[in-house]
Structure formats: C-alpha cells, structure tokens
Design a protein around this ligand. Sequence first.
Ligand SMILES: Cc1cc2nc3c(=O)[nH]c(=O)nc-3n(C[C@H](O)[C@H](O)[C@H](O)COP(=O)(O)O)c2cc1C
Length: 344
Amino acid sequence: MRLYPLIRPLAFALDAESAHRMTIAALKLVPPRRPPDFPPSLKTTVAGLDFPTPVGLAAGFDKDAEVAEQMLSMGFGFVEVGTLTPRPQHGNPRPRLYRLTQDQAVINRMGFNNRGQPDAFQRLIDCTHVHGVIGVNVGANKESVDRIADYAEGVRAMAPVAKYLTINISSPNTPGLRQLQDEGALSALLEAVNEARPKNGPPVFLKVAPDLGEGEPDQIIRVAMQHGVDALIVANTTVSRPPLKSRFAVEAGGLSGAPLKSLALKALRDFRSASGGEIPLIGVGGIATADDAWERIRAGASLVQLYSAMVYQGPHIAVHIARGLAERVSLAGFSNIAEAVGSE
Ligand SMILES: Cc1cc2nc3c(=O)[nH]c(=O)nc-3n(C[C@H](O)[C@H](O)[C@H](O)COP(=O)(O)O)c2cc1C
C-alpha cells in the first residue's frame, strides 16, 4: 500500500523543515529491505559504477547520511547524501525552507546545515556492504579560510565510504561559493581534489549551477576534462525567479522543482553541446514525471536525480518514473536506456 497520500496532509500541516525532520525520523524506523526489481533495460553503467535504474535521489534530502539504505529500498537507483562539510555547522537561521505548493516548487537557504563528515562517516561505514550506489556530496564550511582545502579534506575523508564523490560548488547559500566555478579557481580546486584523491578511489563528479553566463559551460567542461572529472551534475538550484504564484516567491535562496525544469534542461543541453558527449552528464532540476526524465536522458543525461517532486508525490516517484522509462525505452525500439542518451 502507498502510505504517502495518508502522510502528506500531516506533513503539509507542518512547516517545511519540521516536516522534513519528521520524515527522516520516520524513515529511520523503517528496516531497509531489498529494493524492487527493475527491467534489465534500465541497468546502466556510468563512471564504472552499475546502476539498476538511472533515477537517483539528489543531494540535500539526506544531508547526514541517515536514511540512504532506506531510500535505495524505496526504489531509487542511487542516493547522494550530503552536502557534508569537514566540520559540523548549523546553517542559516530558521525559517529557511519553503514549500511553494501552487508552483510545485521549493525555495531553500539552508546553508549547508550538517553534523560534519566524521559523524556521517560512522554511519556510512555500516552501508559499505550495501549493494546499491551511495554517493557522498562534499562542500566547504562557511567560515573556512581555505575553501579549497575543505574540498580536499572531504575527498580524503569520505573516499573510503563513497561509491562516488560530488564536489558541490554550486550552492547559492554559502556566499561566494559559486565563484569556484570560475576557470582559474576551478582549475586550482580540481588540482587539489586530484592530489587528495586516493589511488583507485571512487569517481569524482562536479555539481554546477543552472545560472551560468554565455561561454561558461565551455570553460567548465574544458577544465573538468583536463582534470579527469568523471561526470557533471547539471544542476543545482537557481537564484533566478521565473514567474511564481506562491506567496513565498520573494524568499531568498535557491529555487527548485517545476519552475527550474526548463532552465535545468537548457543548462544540460549547453553542457552536452560543450562536451560533445565526451563526459557523462547527470540531469537534475524539476524532474517530476517519466516524460521529464526521458526528455533529460534524450538531451544527454546518462542519469537523472530529483528531490522537490518527491515532496509533492512521495518516495514512490522513483519506481513510478523508472517504470515509465522502461516503457519508453521499449516504445522507442531501444534495448537499453543507454542507447537513448543524447538521442534527441
Ligand atoms: C531543501 C533542499 C536542500 C538541498 N540541499 C542541497 C545540498 O546540500 N547539496 C546539493 O548539492 N544540492 C542540494 N539541493 C539541490 C538538489 O540536490 C537539486 O540539485 C535541486 O533541488 C534541483 O532538483 P529538484 O528540482 O528535483 O529538486 C537541495 C535542494 C533542496 C530542495
């Protein structure tokens, strides 16, 4: 039985952050079980990792790696925990998370609230036997005097418990962080990451913003490829404000969900044309249906992730989208989802 239609009114009666905390607390009580079976046509390999489906849970839902195994049980093809910073931090003052229900969107200015990498490390050790893919997203502490050193520390510290690592330089809620996307800074950052990366360690992904200027995707692709980045995650939340109906539209922070969809799709296409398919892309932003995921895959994404649509539809969304993708693969006459990547 699907429980979310019953739980949703209760969750929506609470403010968004309390609802999120309640959800994590409830999920922690659920014993992890074997994930559902998926059609073999959805199996795909990216950066040397095997995924049962291309539909993943985006970073930010399970910041402290408390329920990664449960989310795999719910049918996500992979789960990204974090963002985790080297030292614990509280993040911005509450309220800092808003549901824009009329817009099927979310605005957040959490500011990397998390209990720190050492704390999550302990829990992730217990997950290393898990068959599924758990990626670890790392960031820099707000007060850090050397942000690049924080990323290097995150890579060194979390590599033993991560199937992949994500370098997140695209959160709009840590002032100045997005400047690490500039060519010179990005090059210095990725050099430090490569030095910290253990031999035979996990692949490294780079997560970028959807708010880039003309020519920036080309620069980022060039630098990422020079430094052997294994995949790009496109994209984080937007600081732009497309037309919105909700009264929370004026809140500061990053916007995600339905209004981000066209922007994130455009960013993905820009990165695809900049890379010519030479580097795997992971499409994120406003994905809520199998059609959205299919469109993103055909535009060049080898994998997709989502977060905001799960707030509105519940965790069953992962299975729902995966089954819809399997149908579309066979309707299009492909035998595997990988054949659809970039086929638009
Ligand atoms: C409440 C919230 C917190 C988030 N926190 C993080 C984070 O810590 N690190 C990160 O890389 N992305 C974070 N994100 C961004 C998501 O991973 C994703 O890139 C973005 O929400 C777009 O996808 P969506 O439209 O499916 O939500 C967060 C998003 C939301 C809504």
